[in-house]
Design a protein around this ligand. Structure first.
Ligand code: ADP
Ligand code: MG
Length: 399
């Protein structure tokens, strides 16, 4: 399985498939976002002048979990061209310290930031967004893929335009299911607030976990807080296990129809076998548009609730981060998702990378160092070290 096999001649991937080592064809620019183990930067292809996003993953931060990245690449390779609501993988390569996933640039920002910037926002808008998400999820499920990490910050808009496509991004936790032998997946994953009961029960989690997450996201999109938000992770987990949620306080739910509530209940059903499938969810009246939705502007309530919790969670995260730094766990801090709050403001910021002169780095477009002489490798290592000193505030591995 090499990169060249399944290319279909689009974009920069076409460039010299037989070349094993080549100068990097991308220049990186401003930072677009940060996840728990990566920084995403704008980048431009030197030859074509086209803009993309490059997810830069420091290998040292990934230590022992390289499989997550390889998995993300494998999943994106399989599905990224096939659905308009799935982020397209354009290229992939690595340097000594970093892995780079080049994808389409999503210029429209994260789902919730965009909603907050709108002038008004109705139940039908939320339903439209969930319809797009569900159609991509149904596509993934039809291809035997469970996303497993659906949450608002992994949903991005392609452009700033009003009618822009919503894209599912971040396939780091996705699993391609081996239909034959591996129905039961038991690794713990995801962000607590969006995790389905069967994940905690360790009874395996397949496609239904994505529908649960769709239910949590829908709830969140209609009121600005998540259904199982509790003071501690333990309480949150207990609430999830019992599907202990309600549409309360009622003043926040007055503008939301019974159809929307029924949709959420059918997603947040504890027994995965009784939960809706993606196809069933697509034909639920709230999504298919067959039922009446309210015409209340939800934005004031959603925004107010969202901002209140963002401030709270940001404060909690800051305190946790400080405590962990004090305990000398700076690196460990980056490992897990600290925040249940889907806002960039609440994320613990990654140390900023010094500008890497991408042209300087010599790399293998297929992601390894075949065909190099010892001397070439040493020289490459030296140049990469030189250009990447200061990355993540340290020089990073490379011995
Ligand atoms: P992680 O796996 O570390 O969570 P993500 O793939 O979710 O990384 O990316 C982290 C953030 O970077 C996203 O939440 C988003 O804000 C931004 N981002 C990711 N991909 C793109 C893209 N293609 N275009 C624009 N911004 C992006
Ligand atoms: Mg993410």
């Amino acid at each position: 399985m090499s990169w060249g096999d399944d290319r279909n001649g689009q974009g920069p991937m076409k460039s010299s498939p037989q070349a094993q080592i080549q100068p990097c064809r991308y220049k990186t620019g401003k930072t677009l976002g940060a996840g728990s183990y990566s920084v995403v930067k704008e980048c431009v292809h030197i030859d074509t002048g086209r803009y993309y996003a490059a997810k830069v993953i420091n290998k040292r931060l990934m230590a022992g979990r390289e499989h997550m990245v390889r998995n993300e690449i494998a999943v994106l390779k399989r599905v990224s061209m096939g659905h308009r609501n799935i982020l397209t993988l354009v290229d992939y390569f690595e340097t000594m310290n970093n892995l780079y996933l080049v994808t389409d640039l999503a210029l429209g920002g994260e789902l919730f930031d965009r909603i907050c910037r709108k002038g008004s926002y109705y139940e039908s808008d939320a339903a439209d967004l969930m319809r797009a998400t569900l159609s991509a999820v149904a596509y993934l499920h039809d291809h035997g893929i469970v996303h497993r990490d659906l949450k608002p910050e992994n949903l991005l808009f392609r452009t700033p335009e009003d009618n822009a496509d919503l894209l599912i991004a971040d396939f780091g936790l996705s699993r391609i299911m081996d239909e034959e032998q591996f129905h039961v997946l038991t690794t713990t994953c995801g962000t607590p607030g969006y995790m389905a009961p069967e994940i905690f029960m360790k009874t395996g989690h397949g496609k239904p976990v994505d529908i649960w997450a769709i239910g949590v996201i829908s709830y969140f999109l209609l009121c600005g807080y998540t259904p199982f938000d509790r003071d501690s992770n333990l309480e949150e987990m207990q609430a999830i296990l019992a599907a202990d949620f309600s549409f309360e306080p009622i003043e926040h739910w007055r503008g939301v129809s019974e159809t929307a509530r029924s949709f959420i209940r059918r997603c947040l059903t504890v027994d995965p076998s009784k939960r809706m499938t993606a196809q069933e969810a697509l034909s639920h009246p709230w999504i298919s548009g067959d039922a009446r939705q309210t015409d209340t502007d939800l934005l004031p309530v959603v925004k107010k609730n969202f901002n209140a919790r963002r401030t709270l969670h940001a404060a909690i995260d800051t305190i946790r981060a400080i405590n962990q730094l004090r305990a000398g766990q700076g690196a460990a801090m980056m490992d897990g998702a600290l925040s249940k709050d889907p806002t960039p403001a609440a994320k613990v910021p990654m140390p900023q990378e010094e500008e890497v002169n991408a042209e300087e780095a010599v790399m293998d477009s297929r992601g390894n160092a075949r065909g190099q002489t010892e001397e070439m490798i040493r020289e490459q290592e030296r140049r990469i070290r030189e250009t990447q000193v200061g990355l993540w505030g340290r020089t990073g591995g490379g011995t």
